[in-house]
Unconditional design. Structure first.
Lengths: 247, 339
């Protein structure tokens, strides 16, 4: 469903990603681990088109999307959520989801109909709000809801575009352990045919959700395998897991 | 997001009723004022669509209005087109020009967007000013009004013309609010709130900006074509950046991003101008002081101030009701405990 071939990016003398090759099957849930500065977010930025790679290819459902713009990739089914909330703060939760759903259903450019009142848009908004447990907050302004709810909405907005592949950059960033556990269930409840690529520091969430794990270090893929293999990997313990693995 | 609140409906109804009453009862000067207000209101609605809902603060809307006026004048006086066809032609040509300006300037933001639109506006001004085909500094006279004699209306009659302007203002208001509540308007509002996220959702940002700027330019052209018919004359001054600046002042005075607010602003601005200029040439000074007061009040213009006050009053009333309910519950509990 999503493939990268030899993806490389340099900022000056620093190789932020070096020859990164990944292959995600349809419905696969892969977690990317790595210490700070490993190049995880830069990899995401290249995948969605916010950063141009110096070399390599990105294929989405077999199509080379390397030269496409952010919006063109998004319309082909590549959606992302951000590490820091990038929501529409002045609008309600429902309107936030509606804007994304309107894009998915092709109503974002109409001058005839209210995109937010279209049946297909409303259905998608309701469905995604139920999936991400946002129904009680639907009519609240984003600025008025808690941080945890905003993190859920951040993912929900990306999901409302009906993506083939959903990239999530630290979905539990800044939330407490309780909320983080709630996220396990949320992610496990997502449709099984949706391909997920998740950057995560929360090990419990990573191992609870992942079908496969990729570890980046200094921009290079240093591990690619199952969660079980990751747990037993000496290399991972050395470069990333440290005391957590010994616990 | 544009929302039709009860207050906006009521305000619209009141303004419409007052305007119709004024047209029915006013003499010549009063009718001229109504036409002037209606034309300015159309222009500021056009500006509010892009500035209030897309963050595109334009300093070329005066030029777009001027393009509409010159387009209409050229097509009727020079090309000999029938006024309705010239009207439609002027609106279409200006809309296309506005779309192109929006497509170019839409790639920039903030102060750069403002400067880019100013540059386009001043280019249009200098072309019209320098080219003899447009009448140069002298402008063009003899611009005809649309002939509606087929339906028994003589637009050369000031009362009929004022009604005609109000009718078009009503149509423009409906169109603008309809577009802002449609997919295009919603998406533009999303872009204003978070352009990066809208792009990540799959929205072609510059296309949305260009399309809305084009529609806004068409509305500005309606104002221009009406202005040309109103005074039956066009001059380069119509395209000057000061017209755009004045329109921006009116939008801020009335309430940015409310559509009805700029209409109120247009009424206030024209009335102030005429009342104060009867006593002094320094009327701009007074308008400036009022504008500073409005901006310093932190309310969103005159209409925003009213909305804010009513919202606070509602919250206080709701709070009182909750307190009263709380007191009733507490009294009931005490009574049960006593029993």
């Amino acid at each position: 469903m999503l493939e990268t071939r030899g993806l490389s990016k340099r900022f000056g003398a620093v190789h932020v990603t070096r020859d990164v090759s990944l292959r995600l099957q349809r419905g696969e849930r892969r977690v990317i681990l790595g210490p700070n500065g490993a190049g995880k977010t830069t990899l995401f930025n290249q995948l969605v088109g916010e950063t141009r790679p110096d070399a390599g290819q990105i294929l989405l459902a077999g199509e080379d999307v390397t030269g496409l713009t952010v919006q063109a990739r998004a319309r082909r089914g590549l959606s992302r959520s951000y590490q820091r909330n990038t929501l529409f703060d002045g609008l309600t939760v429902e309107e936030n989801l509606g804007l994304a759903a309107a894009v998915a259903h092709g109503h974002w450019h109409s001058i005839r109909h209210d995109s937010l009142t279209r049946h297909d848009v409303r259905d998608t908004v309701r469905e995604v709000a139920e999936q991400l447990r946002l129904m009680p907050h639907l009519h609240a302004r984003v600025g008025d809801v808690s941080y945890g709810v905003r993190r859920q909405l951040e993912v929900a907005v990306a999901l409302a575009t009906r993506p083939l592949v959903l990239l999530m950059d630290e979905p539990t960033s800044g939330v407490g352990p309780e909320m983080s556990r709630g996220f396990h269930d949320l992610l496990n409840d997502l449709p099984r045919d949706l391909t997920l690529l998740i950057i995560e520091h929360d090990m419990d969430l990573a191992f609870a959700v992942a079908d496969s794990i990729t570890v980046l270090n200094h921009g290079e893929v240093v591990f690619d395998g199952s969660p079980e293999d990751a747990r037993g990997s000496r290399l991972l313990k050395d470069i990333y897991l440290g005391h957590w693995a010994d616990a | 997001m544009f929302r039709h609140t009860a207050l906006r409906f009521w305000t619209l109804g009141l303004v419409a009723a007052a305007a119709v009453l004024r047209v029915l009862t006013a003499e010549y000067f009063g009718l001229e004022l109504v036409a002037e207000i209606a034309i300015l209101a159309i222009l500021v609605i056009a500006l509010d669509m892009v500035a209030g809902f897309g963050g595109m603060v334009s300093l070329c809307h005066g030029a777009l209005m001027g393009a509409g006026a010159y387009g209409y004048a050229m097509l009727t006086v020079k090309a000999g087109l029938a006024p309705p066809a010239a009207f439609a032609g002027a609106v279409a040509i200006t809309g296309a020009a506005a779309w192109a300006i929006g497509a170019v300037c839409g790639r920039s933001q903030g102060i750069y967007f403002i400067m880019a639109t100013l540059a386009f506006g001043q280019m249009a001004y200098s072309i019209v000013f320098e080219q003899p085909a447009f009448g140069g500094d002298d402008g063009m006279s003899g611009v005809p009004r649309i002939d509606l004699s087929l339906i028994g209306v003589d637009l050369n009659d000031p009362r009929s013309f004022a009604f005609f302007c109000l009718l078009l203002l009503g149509g423009v208001y409906w169109f603008a609010t309809h577009v802002l509540q449609a997919g295009l308007g919603r998406t533009l509002t999303g872009i204003m709130h978070n352009e990066q996220r809208m792009r990540a959702l799959g929205v072609n940002v510059w296309r949305i900006k260009a399309d809305m700027f084009g529609l806004s330019g068409m509305i500005a052209a309606v104002a221009g074509a009406l202005a040309a018919q109103h005074v039956m004359f066009v001059s380069p001054g119509l395209l000057n950046w000061t017209v755009s600046g004045e329109a921006l002042v009116v939008v801020i005075l009335g309430g940015l991003g409310t559509i009805i607010g700029p209409v109120i602003g247009a009424i206030a601005f024209v009335m102030l101008k005429h009342e104060i200029s009867a006593h002094t040439d320094y009327w701009h000074l007074f308008v400036g002081v009022i504008l500073i007061a409005v901006v310093m009040s932190r309310a969103n213009g005159i209409f925003g101030w009213v909305e804010q006050r009513l919202s606070r009053a509602r919250k206080v009333t709701a709070g009182d009701a909750i307190d009263a309910q709380g007191r009733t519950d507490a009294a009931g509990t005490r009574a049960r405990d006593d029993a």
